[in-house]
Design a protein around this ligand. Structure first.
Ligand code: SF4
Length: 280
C-alpha cells in the first residue's frame, strides 16, 4: 500500500466521506458494484463528477460569451495540458479558458454544502493528484487512482457488499457522461452553437497536442476553439485506467453507460455568488 492508499483507507473508515468518480470509471469498474463496495468500506456519499462537468460547460459558455474578441480559446480540464502550456508555451497561457475542471467545480459545490465531509476523488491519472490537486490546495482531501483503488478492493476482500445501496447520491448528469472521450467537452456543451464547427479543433494524444500548440503559437492554425486531452482517446485511456481494452471498446462502454440514463434529481445547491473561474 502506498501513502495515498493508506490515507484513502483511513479517511473512508474513520471520517464522513464523499467519494467522487471521474466518469471514465466505468471502463475500470463495474456499475453498481463499485458503489456498493465503497459503501461497504464506509463511504457516506458516492457520486460522479458529471455534475461538475455540467458546471464546467456552463462556465465555458459564459466565458466565451463574455470574451467574444479573444483570438483563441484553449480548454483546460486536463492538468497535463495546463502544465505543458505553462512550462513550454507560456505565451499561450492567455488563451486558456480560466474555468475550473469538472472535479474542481464539483468539489467547490460539495465543500459548501457538505462541510463535514472529506472529499475523495477517484481519477484516471496521477496528474489529477500531482498537478491539479496541488494547484488548488484545500479543494480535495485526497486523490486515488483507479489502479490504486482496485488494489485496495482486492486487498480488503469486501464481502456482502450487494446488500448496500447501488445508486449514486447527489446529482448526476447524463449528457456529460461522454466527457472522458476525445471531444467530450465540445460534444456535451453548447460551444458548437457559439463557435462554428469549422473553427473547433479536437486533439488528443501527446504528438497531436504538440502539433496543435505549435500551430497556435505560430498563428498558422485555422481553428479558434481547442478541445485538448493529453491521452490518446481522452481520459478513457488515462495511464491509471485499470483495463487492457482498446480505445474503441472503451468508447463503446461509455456510450452504453450513457444509454443507461443514470441520472439523479438535481440537488438544491446554493450557487448564488459562486465563481467557477480559476483565476490564480
Ligand atoms: S487526458 Fe490523460 S492526463 Fe489528461 S486528465 Fe485525462 S487521463 Fe489525465
Amino acid at each position: 500500500m502506498n501513502q495515498n492508499q493508506e490515507l484513502f483507507l483511513q479517511l473512508i473508515k474513520t471520517e464522513k466521506t464523499c467519494v467522487m468518480f471521474a466518469p471514465s470509471y466505468i471502463v475500470s469498474f463495474k456499475y453498481p458494484d463499485i458503489i456498493q463496495q465503497l459503501r461497504a468500506m464506509g463511504a457516506d456519499l458516492v457520486t460522479e463528477i458529471t455534475y461538475g462537468a455540467h458546471l464546467t460547460n456552463v462556465n465555458y459558455e459564459k466565458y466565451i460569451a463574455e470574451h467574444p474578441e479573444q483570438k483563441y480559446y484553449i480548454s483546460s480540464p486536463c492538468p497535463t495540458i495546463v502544465a505543458i502550456i505553462k512550462s513550454q508555451y507560456p505565451e499561450l497561457e492567455k488563451y486558456m479558458v480560466p474555468v475550473y475542471s469538472p472535479i474542481m467545480c464539483q468539489a467547490k459545490v460539495m465543500r459548501k454544502k457538505y462541510k463535514e465531509h472529506k472529499l475523495i476523488f477517484v481519477a484516471p491519472c496521477t496528474a489529477k493528484r500531482e498537478l491539479e490537486a496541488k494547484r488548488f490546495p484545500g479543494m480535495l482531501d485526497t486523490v486515488i487512482t483507479y489502479k490504486e483503488l482496485k488494489e485496495i478492493i482486492a486487498e480488503e476482500k469486501i464481502e456482502n457488499y450487494k446488500e448496500q445501496k447501488g445508486s449514486f447520491d447527489l446529482c448526476i448528469k447524463n449528457n456529460t457522461k461522454i466527457y472522458p472521450t476525445s471531444g467530450g467537452l465540445t460534444m456535451s456543451s453548447n460551444i458548437t452553437k457559439m463557435i462554428p464547427k469549422e473553427e473547433i479543433k479536437i486533439s488528443d494524444g501527446f504528438v497531436e497536442i504538440k502539433k496543435t500548440l505549435e500551430e497556435i503559437k505560430n498563428e498558422t492554425t485555422k481553428y479558434r476553439f481547442f478541445d485538448l486531452l493529453n491521452c490518446e482517446g481522452g481520459c478513457i485511456n488515462g495511464p491509471e485506467v485499470a483495463d487492457d481494452k482498446m480505445i474503441d471498446e472503451r468508447n463503446n462502454e461509455i456510450i452504453k453507460y450513457k444509454e443507461q440514463n443514470i441520472e439523479t434529481e438535481e440537488e438544491e445547491y446554493d450557487l448564488e455568488g459562486e465563481s467557477f473561474y480559476s483565476e490564480e
